[in-house]
Design a protein around this ligand. Structure first.
Ligand SMILES: Cc1ncc(COP(=O)(O)O)c(C=O)c1O
Length: 409
Protein backbone atom coordinates (compact mmCIF):
# COMPACT_ATOMS: atom_id res chain seq x y z
CA UNK A 1 0.00 0.00 0.00
CA UNK A 2 1.36 3.43 -0.95
CA UNK A 3 1.54 6.25 1.58
CA UNK A 4 0.77 9.88 0.86
CA UNK A 5 2.74 12.55 2.71
CA UNK A 6 0.38 15.40 3.53
CA UNK A 7 1.36 18.95 4.46
CA UNK A 8 -1.66 20.71 5.90
CA UNK A 9 -1.06 24.44 6.49
CA UNK A 10 -4.67 25.25 7.45
CA UNK A 11 -3.71 26.12 11.06
CA UNK A 12 -1.04 28.62 9.93
CA UNK A 13 -3.55 31.25 8.83
CA UNK A 14 -1.70 32.22 5.65
CA UNK A 15 -3.40 35.17 3.94
CA UNK A 16 -4.61 35.09 0.34
CA UNK A 17 -1.79 35.68 -2.15
CA UNK A 18 -1.55 39.36 -3.15
CA UNK A 19 -0.75 38.43 -6.74
CA UNK A 20 -2.52 35.77 -8.83
CA UNK A 21 -0.64 32.53 -9.44
CA UNK A 22 -2.18 32.13 -12.89
CA UNK A 23 -2.89 34.58 -15.75
CA UNK A 24 -5.90 36.91 -15.63
CA UNK A 25 -7.40 39.54 -17.96
CA UNK A 26 -6.60 39.78 -21.64
CA UNK A 27 -2.80 39.57 -21.53
CA UNK A 28 -1.60 36.87 -23.91
CA UNK A 29 -4.67 36.82 -26.14
CA UNK A 30 -4.72 37.63 -29.84
CA UNK A 31 -7.75 38.13 -32.01
CA UNK A 32 -6.16 36.66 -35.10
CA UNK A 33 -6.80 32.98 -35.68
CA UNK A 34 -3.57 31.01 -35.97
CA UNK A 35 -3.32 28.01 -38.27
CA UNK A 36 -4.01 24.71 -36.47
CA UNK A 37 -0.91 22.73 -35.57
CA UNK A 38 -2.59 19.34 -36.11
CA UNK A 39 -6.03 18.43 -37.47
CA UNK A 40 -8.85 18.68 -34.93
CA UNK A 41 -9.43 14.88 -34.97
CA UNK A 42 -6.24 14.45 -32.91
CA UNK A 43 -7.61 16.46 -29.97
CA UNK A 44 -10.20 16.26 -27.21
CA UNK A 45 -10.89 19.02 -24.71
CA UNK A 46 -11.58 18.20 -21.05
CA UNK A 47 -12.28 20.26 -17.93
CA UNK A 48 -8.70 19.84 -16.66
CA UNK A 49 -5.51 18.05 -17.60
CA UNK A 50 -6.22 15.38 -14.97
CA UNK A 51 -9.34 14.19 -16.87
CA UNK A 52 -7.37 14.17 -20.13
CA UNK A 53 -4.75 12.05 -18.32
CA UNK A 54 -7.50 9.68 -17.22
CA UNK A 55 -8.42 8.98 -20.84
CA UNK A 56 -4.77 8.56 -21.87
CA UNK A 57 -4.19 6.10 -19.00
CA UNK A 58 -7.44 4.24 -19.69
CA UNK A 59 -6.68 3.88 -23.41
CA UNK A 60 -3.19 2.64 -22.48
CA UNK A 61 -4.68 -0.08 -20.25
CA UNK A 62 -4.09 1.36 -16.77
CA UNK A 63 -6.75 0.00 -14.41
CA UNK A 64 -7.25 -3.25 -12.49
CA UNK A 65 -4.29 -5.36 -13.69
CA UNK A 66 -2.41 -2.42 -15.27
CA UNK A 67 0.22 -0.12 -13.72
CA UNK A 68 1.19 3.50 -14.30
CA UNK A 69 4.88 4.45 -13.93
CA UNK A 70 4.93 8.07 -12.81
CA UNK A 71 7.55 10.57 -11.60
CA UNK A 72 8.29 10.52 -7.86
CA UNK A 73 8.01 14.32 -7.72
CA UNK A 74 4.46 15.14 -8.75
CA UNK A 75 1.25 17.02 -8.25
CA UNK A 76 -1.23 14.50 -6.85
CA UNK A 77 -3.60 15.17 -9.76
CA UNK A 78 -1.08 13.42 -12.03
CA UNK A 79 -1.68 10.14 -10.13
CA UNK A 80 -5.34 10.61 -9.18
CA UNK A 81 -6.74 9.39 -12.52
CA UNK A 82 -4.73 6.13 -12.36
CA UNK A 83 -5.92 5.50 -8.79
CA UNK A 84 -9.50 6.37 -9.80
CA UNK A 85 -9.28 3.79 -12.61
CA UNK A 86 -8.26 1.15 -10.04
CA UNK A 87 -4.72 0.89 -11.40
CA UNK A 88 -1.45 0.44 -9.53
CA UNK A 89 1.00 3.32 -9.40
CA UNK A 90 4.76 2.82 -9.26
CA UNK A 91 6.97 5.90 -8.87
CA UNK A 92 10.25 6.24 -10.74
CA UNK A 93 13.10 8.37 -9.34
CA UNK A 94 14.25 11.65 -10.84
CA UNK A 95 17.66 13.26 -10.98
CA UNK A 96 18.23 16.68 -9.45
CA UNK A 97 17.34 18.35 -12.79
CA UNK A 98 14.01 16.47 -12.76
CA UNK A 99 14.97 14.19 -15.65
CA UNK A 100 13.91 10.53 -15.26
CA UNK A 101 16.58 8.29 -13.70
CA UNK A 102 16.47 5.69 -16.47
CA UNK A 103 18.83 3.31 -14.66
CA UNK A 104 16.02 2.52 -12.21
CA UNK A 105 13.29 1.83 -14.77
CA UNK A 106 14.06 -1.79 -15.71
CA UNK A 107 13.94 -3.03 -12.12
CA UNK A 108 10.77 -1.07 -11.41
CA UNK A 109 9.01 -2.45 -14.48
CA UNK A 110 10.22 -6.01 -13.72
CA UNK A 111 8.92 -5.89 -10.13
CA UNK A 112 5.73 -3.96 -10.75
CA UNK A 113 2.68 -5.58 -9.04
CA UNK A 114 0.88 -5.70 -12.41
CA UNK A 115 2.23 -5.13 -15.96
CA UNK A 116 3.23 -1.53 -16.67
CA UNK A 117 0.87 -0.11 -19.28
CA UNK A 118 1.77 3.59 -19.31
CA UNK A 119 4.68 5.83 -18.35
CA UNK A 120 4.08 9.50 -17.60
CA UNK A 121 6.99 11.82 -18.52
CA UNK A 122 6.74 15.46 -17.50
CA UNK A 123 8.35 18.60 -18.89
CA UNK A 124 8.48 20.22 -15.42
CA UNK A 125 8.14 24.03 -15.41
CA UNK A 126 8.08 24.02 -19.23
CA UNK A 127 11.78 23.08 -19.47
CA UNK A 128 11.95 20.48 -22.29
CA UNK A 129 13.21 17.01 -21.34
CA UNK A 130 14.91 14.83 -23.96
CA UNK A 131 12.50 11.89 -24.16
CA UNK A 132 13.72 10.02 -27.25
CA UNK A 133 15.56 7.26 -25.35
CA UNK A 134 12.72 6.92 -22.88
CA UNK A 135 10.30 6.58 -25.80
CA UNK A 136 12.50 3.81 -27.26
CA UNK A 137 12.55 2.01 -23.87
CA UNK A 138 8.74 2.23 -23.69
CA UNK A 139 8.36 0.97 -27.27
CA UNK A 140 10.60 -2.05 -26.53
CA UNK A 141 8.42 -3.00 -23.57
CA UNK A 142 5.05 -2.23 -25.13
CA UNK A 143 4.43 0.63 -22.67
CA UNK A 144 2.46 3.70 -23.78
CA UNK A 145 4.39 6.94 -23.28
CA UNK A 146 2.14 9.73 -22.03
CA UNK A 147 3.90 13.06 -22.46
CA UNK A 148 2.92 15.60 -19.83
CA UNK A 149 2.93 19.10 -21.33
CA UNK A 150 0.77 20.50 -18.53
CA UNK A 151 3.55 23.05 -17.88
CA UNK A 152 3.85 24.00 -21.57
CA UNK A 153 1.81 26.19 -23.86
CA UNK A 154 0.67 23.21 -25.88
CA UNK A 155 -2.51 23.79 -27.86
CA UNK A 156 -4.14 22.95 -31.15
CA UNK A 157 -2.16 25.89 -32.57
CA UNK A 158 1.13 25.64 -30.78
CA UNK A 159 3.65 22.89 -30.10
CA UNK A 160 6.69 24.17 -28.21
CA UNK A 161 10.07 23.02 -29.57
CA UNK A 162 11.18 19.69 -28.10
CA UNK A 163 7.72 18.84 -26.78
CA UNK A 164 4.84 16.73 -27.95
CA UNK A 165 7.16 14.73 -30.21
CA UNK A 166 7.54 11.45 -28.36
CA UNK A 167 4.33 10.64 -26.51
CA UNK A 168 1.61 8.50 -28.03
CA UNK A 169 -0.62 10.75 -25.98
CA UNK A 170 0.16 14.31 -24.95
CA UNK A 171 -1.72 16.11 -22.20
CA UNK A 172 -1.75 19.81 -21.36
CA UNK A 173 -3.51 22.33 -19.11
CA UNK A 174 -4.21 25.49 -21.16
CA UNK A 175 -5.54 27.36 -18.11
CA UNK A 176 -1.98 27.55 -16.77
CA UNK A 177 -0.96 29.75 -19.72
CA UNK A 178 -4.18 31.49 -20.69
CA UNK A 179 -6.84 33.25 -18.61
CA UNK A 180 -9.40 30.50 -19.19
CA UNK A 181 -11.56 29.24 -16.31
CA UNK A 182 -10.72 25.59 -17.04
CA UNK A 183 -9.26 23.38 -19.74
CA UNK A 184 -7.37 20.13 -20.28
CA UNK A 185 -6.21 18.96 -23.68
CA UNK A 186 -5.60 15.42 -24.89
CA UNK A 187 -3.65 14.92 -28.12
CA UNK A 188 -3.29 11.47 -29.71
CA UNK A 189 -0.59 10.86 -32.30
CA UNK A 190 -2.96 8.38 -33.98
CA UNK A 191 -6.29 10.14 -34.26
CA UNK A 192 -8.06 6.77 -34.55
CA UNK A 193 -7.37 6.03 -30.87
CA UNK A 194 -9.81 8.78 -29.95
CA UNK A 195 -12.61 7.49 -32.20
CA UNK A 196 -14.73 6.08 -29.42
CA UNK A 197 -13.96 8.88 -26.97
CA UNK A 198 -17.01 11.03 -26.32
CA UNK A 199 -17.18 14.03 -23.98
CA UNK A 200 -20.36 15.70 -22.78
CA UNK A 201 -20.70 19.48 -22.96
CA UNK A 202 -20.88 21.51 -19.76
CA UNK A 203 -24.25 23.00 -18.80
CA UNK A 204 -25.07 26.64 -19.57
CA UNK A 205 -25.09 27.30 -15.81
CA UNK A 206 -21.49 26.09 -15.69
CA UNK A 207 -20.68 28.39 -18.64
CA UNK A 208 -22.15 31.38 -16.79
CA UNK A 209 -20.26 30.45 -13.63
CA UNK A 210 -17.04 30.23 -15.69
CA UNK A 211 -17.69 33.66 -17.18
CA UNK A 212 -18.36 35.18 -13.75
CA UNK A 213 -15.22 33.52 -12.34
CA UNK A 214 -13.03 34.84 -15.16
CA UNK A 215 -14.47 38.34 -14.81
CA UNK A 216 -14.10 38.38 -11.02
CA UNK A 217 -10.49 37.13 -11.15
CA UNK A 218 -9.58 39.92 -13.60
CA UNK A 219 -11.38 42.55 -11.48
CA UNK A 220 -9.77 41.30 -8.27
CA UNK A 221 -6.35 41.44 -9.92
CA UNK A 222 -6.96 45.05 -11.10
CA UNK A 223 -7.97 46.05 -7.56
CA UNK A 224 -5.07 44.29 -5.84
CA UNK A 225 -2.28 45.87 -7.89
CA UNK A 226 -1.77 48.58 -5.24
CA UNK A 227 -1.28 45.95 -2.48
CA UNK A 228 2.32 45.31 -3.56
CA UNK A 229 4.52 48.01 -2.08
CA UNK A 230 8.08 46.92 -1.33
CA UNK A 231 8.58 49.84 1.12
CA UNK A 232 6.46 48.05 3.74
CA UNK A 233 8.09 44.61 3.57
CA UNK A 234 10.54 45.21 6.45
CA UNK A 235 7.80 46.29 8.84
CA UNK A 236 5.51 43.46 7.70
CA UNK A 237 8.28 40.90 8.20
CA UNK A 238 9.08 42.23 11.65
CA UNK A 239 5.41 41.83 12.63
CA UNK A 240 5.33 38.28 11.20
CA UNK A 241 8.40 37.27 13.22
CA UNK A 242 6.95 38.74 16.42
CA UNK A 243 3.60 36.97 16.14
CA UNK A 244 2.74 33.55 17.47
CA UNK A 245 2.20 31.26 14.49
CA UNK A 246 0.61 27.81 14.76
CA UNK A 247 2.64 25.10 13.01
CA UNK A 248 1.44 23.23 9.92
CA UNK A 249 0.61 19.52 10.21
CA UNK A 250 2.90 17.17 8.29
CA UNK A 251 1.61 13.60 8.35
CA UNK A 252 1.16 10.40 6.38
CA UNK A 253 -1.99 8.61 5.20
CA UNK A 254 -2.76 5.70 2.85
CA UNK A 255 -2.65 6.82 -0.77
CA UNK A 256 -5.93 7.50 -2.51
CA UNK A 257 -7.44 10.09 -4.83
CA UNK A 258 -7.01 13.68 -3.69
CA UNK A 259 -10.00 15.96 -3.14
CA UNK A 260 -8.94 17.80 -6.32
CA UNK A 261 -10.05 14.87 -8.48
CA UNK A 262 -13.82 14.86 -9.06
CA UNK A 263 -15.05 11.72 -10.81
CA UNK A 264 -18.23 13.59 -11.84
CA UNK A 265 -16.02 15.68 -14.16
CA UNK A 266 -14.64 12.63 -16.02
CA UNK A 267 -15.60 12.89 -19.70
CA UNK A 268 -16.82 16.47 -19.27
CA UNK A 269 -15.63 18.83 -22.02
CA UNK A 270 -13.95 22.18 -21.31
CA UNK A 271 -16.21 25.22 -21.10
CA UNK A 272 -17.00 26.86 -24.45
CA UNK A 273 -15.49 30.04 -23.02
CA UNK A 274 -12.21 28.24 -22.28
CA UNK A 275 -12.13 26.71 -25.75
CA UNK A 276 -12.68 30.11 -27.33
CA UNK A 277 -9.86 31.60 -25.25
CA UNK A 278 -7.61 28.65 -26.15
CA UNK A 279 -8.16 29.34 -29.86
CA UNK A 280 -6.62 32.79 -29.48
CA UNK A 281 -3.24 32.61 -27.78
CA UNK A 282 -0.71 35.30 -28.64
CA UNK A 283 2.11 32.78 -28.30
CA UNK A 284 4.85 35.28 -29.17
CA UNK A 285 3.71 37.80 -26.54
CA UNK A 286 3.25 35.07 -23.89
CA UNK A 287 6.71 33.67 -24.61
CA UNK A 288 8.37 37.10 -24.53
CA UNK A 289 6.79 38.22 -21.27
CA UNK A 290 7.23 34.90 -19.44
CA UNK A 291 10.87 34.66 -20.47
CA UNK A 292 11.54 38.25 -19.35
CA UNK A 293 9.91 37.60 -15.98
CA UNK A 294 11.69 34.27 -15.52
CA UNK A 295 15.07 35.84 -16.35
CA UNK A 296 14.42 38.64 -13.85
CA UNK A 297 13.71 36.02 -11.15
CA UNK A 298 16.83 34.11 -12.16
CA UNK A 299 19.15 37.12 -12.08
CA UNK A 300 17.72 38.42 -8.80
CA UNK A 301 18.09 35.10 -6.95
CA UNK A 302 21.40 33.94 -8.48
CA UNK A 303 23.61 34.86 -5.51
CA UNK A 304 21.42 34.64 -2.45
CA UNK A 305 22.62 33.00 0.71
CA UNK A 306 19.62 30.79 1.47
CA UNK A 307 18.01 29.98 -1.88
CA UNK A 308 18.92 29.41 -5.51
CA UNK A 309 17.22 28.88 -8.87
CA UNK A 310 16.68 25.18 -9.61
CA UNK A 311 17.84 25.64 -13.22
CA UNK A 312 20.89 27.82 -13.82
CA UNK A 313 19.75 28.63 -17.39
CA UNK A 314 16.58 29.17 -19.37
CA UNK A 315 16.90 27.15 -22.59
CA UNK A 316 16.36 29.07 -25.84
CA UNK A 317 12.77 29.03 -27.13
CA UNK A 318 11.43 27.60 -23.85
CA UNK A 319 8.21 29.22 -22.59
CA UNK A 320 8.44 28.80 -18.82
CA UNK A 321 5.41 27.94 -16.69
CA UNK A 322 6.74 29.03 -13.28
CA UNK A 323 10.08 29.90 -11.74
CA UNK A 324 11.38 27.05 -9.50
CA UNK A 325 13.38 28.29 -6.48
CA UNK A 326 15.12 25.99 -4.00
CA UNK A 327 15.05 27.13 -0.37
CA UNK A 328 17.69 26.03 2.09
CA UNK A 329 15.44 26.58 5.13
CA UNK A 330 11.76 26.12 4.25
CA UNK A 331 11.21 26.54 7.98
CA UNK A 332 10.94 29.49 8.43
CA UNK A 333 11.42 31.06 4.98
CA UNK A 334 8.44 29.41 3.24
CA UNK A 335 6.20 30.43 6.13
CA UNK A 336 7.45 34.02 6.08
CA UNK A 337 6.82 34.37 2.36
CA UNK A 338 3.35 32.85 2.70
CA UNK A 339 2.53 35.20 5.59
CA UNK A 340 3.63 38.14 3.43
CA UNK A 341 1.11 37.02 0.79
CA UNK A 342 3.66 35.95 -1.85
CA UNK A 343 1.93 33.57 -4.31
CA UNK A 344 3.64 30.19 -4.03
CA UNK A 345 2.87 26.70 -5.15
CA UNK A 346 4.69 23.78 -3.60
CA UNK A 347 4.08 20.06 -4.12
CA UNK A 348 4.27 19.37 -0.41
CA UNK A 349 1.63 16.61 -0.48
CA UNK A 350 2.71 13.67 -2.59
CA UNK A 351 2.95 9.90 -2.66
CA UNK A 352 5.97 8.73 -0.66
CA UNK A 353 8.95 7.13 -2.39
CA UNK A 354 12.66 6.56 -1.86
CA UNK A 355 13.52 9.22 -4.47
CA UNK A 356 15.95 11.69 -2.89
CA UNK A 357 15.03 14.47 -5.31
CA UNK A 358 11.31 14.20 -4.52
CA UNK A 359 11.96 13.99 -0.79
CA UNK A 360 14.16 17.07 -0.94
CA UNK A 361 11.99 19.16 -3.28
CA UNK A 362 8.73 18.39 -1.45
CA UNK A 363 9.32 21.13 1.13
CA UNK A 364 12.27 22.98 -0.39
CA UNK A 365 11.13 23.74 -3.95
CA UNK A 366 8.88 26.76 -4.49
CA UNK A 367 6.98 27.37 -7.73
CA UNK A 368 6.77 31.14 -8.26
CA UNK A 369 4.68 32.86 -10.96
CA UNK A 370 6.27 34.41 -14.06
CA UNK A 371 3.09 34.66 -16.16
CA UNK A 372 2.28 37.37 -18.65
CA UNK A 373 -0.37 39.13 -16.53
CA UNK A 374 2.12 40.22 -13.85
CA UNK A 375 2.87 43.92 -13.79
CA UNK A 376 6.45 45.12 -13.29
CA UNK A 377 5.41 46.41 -9.85
CA UNK A 378 4.09 43.00 -8.80
CA UNK A 379 7.25 41.25 -9.94
CA UNK A 380 9.41 43.88 -8.19
CA UNK A 381 7.47 43.29 -4.98
CA UNK A 382 7.71 39.49 -5.12
CA UNK A 383 11.44 39.67 -5.86
CA UNK A 384 11.97 42.17 -3.02
CA UNK A 385 10.13 39.83 -0.62
CA UNK A 386 12.23 36.82 -1.67
CA UNK A 387 15.45 38.85 -1.45
CA UNK A 388 14.63 40.03 2.07
CA UNK A 389 13.64 36.60 3.27
CA UNK A 390 16.24 34.57 1.40
CA UNK A 391 19.27 36.81 1.72
CA UNK A 392 19.54 38.47 5.09
CA UNK A 393 19.00 36.22 8.01
CA UNK A 394 20.47 32.89 8.88
CA UNK A 395 18.52 30.05 10.42
CA UNK A 396 19.68 31.45 13.73
CA UNK A 397 19.20 34.98 15.01
CA UNK A 398 15.78 36.28 14.07
CA UNK A 399 14.79 32.79 13.02
CA UNK A 400 15.37 31.45 16.52
CA UNK A 401 12.67 33.85 17.65
CA UNK A 402 10.45 32.42 14.95
CA UNK A 403 10.83 28.89 16.28
CA UNK A 404 10.20 29.89 19.88
CA UNK A 405 7.08 31.72 18.71
CA UNK A 406 5.48 28.56 17.26
CA UNK A 407 2.45 26.93 18.83
CA UNK A 408 2.21 23.22 18.16
CA UNK A 409 -1.34 22.29 17.13
C1 LIG B 1 2.94 18.54 -14.29
C2 LIG B 1 1.45 18.41 -14.13
N1 LIG B 1 0.78 17.50 -14.88
C3 LIG B 1 -0.55 17.35 -14.81
C4 LIG B 1 -1.30 18.11 -13.94
C5 LIG B 1 -2.80 17.98 -13.92
O1 LIG B 1 -3.26 19.10 -14.62
P1 LIG B 1 -4.63 19.85 -14.27
O2 LIG B 1 -4.38 20.77 -13.14
O3 LIG B 1 -4.96 20.58 -15.56
O4 LIG B 1 -5.62 18.81 -13.96
C6 LIG B 1 -0.67 19.05 -13.12
C7 LIG B 1 -1.44 19.84 -12.17
O5 LIG B 1 -1.07 20.89 -11.74
C8 LIG B 1 0.74 19.22 -13.23
O6 LIG B 1 1.38 20.15 -12.50
Amino acid sequence: MLDTLIFDPSACGFPKPRVPLLPTGLAGLSFQTPAPWAPAGHFRHFARGRYALREAYRLAGVGPGGTLLAPAYHCRTMLDPALALGGDVVLYPLRADLSPDRAALDALADHSPTPVKALLATHFFGIPQALEQLAAWCAERGITLVEDCSHALFSEHCCPPGMGRCGEFVVSSPYKFLPSPDGGLLYAREAGRLNKLRTHPPTWTAELRGLAYTWSKAAEHRRSRTACDARYIDAELAAIVEHLTPAARDFCEPAGCSADYRPDEDECAALRLSRTICRHPDSAAIARRRRENYLRWMQATANLQHCRPLFPELPAACIPYMFPLLLEHPEPHFHRLKHLGVPIWRWDSLVASACQTANNYRLHLLHLPCHQSLSDGELDWMIAAVLKVGAGETAEGLDRRYYTNRIEV
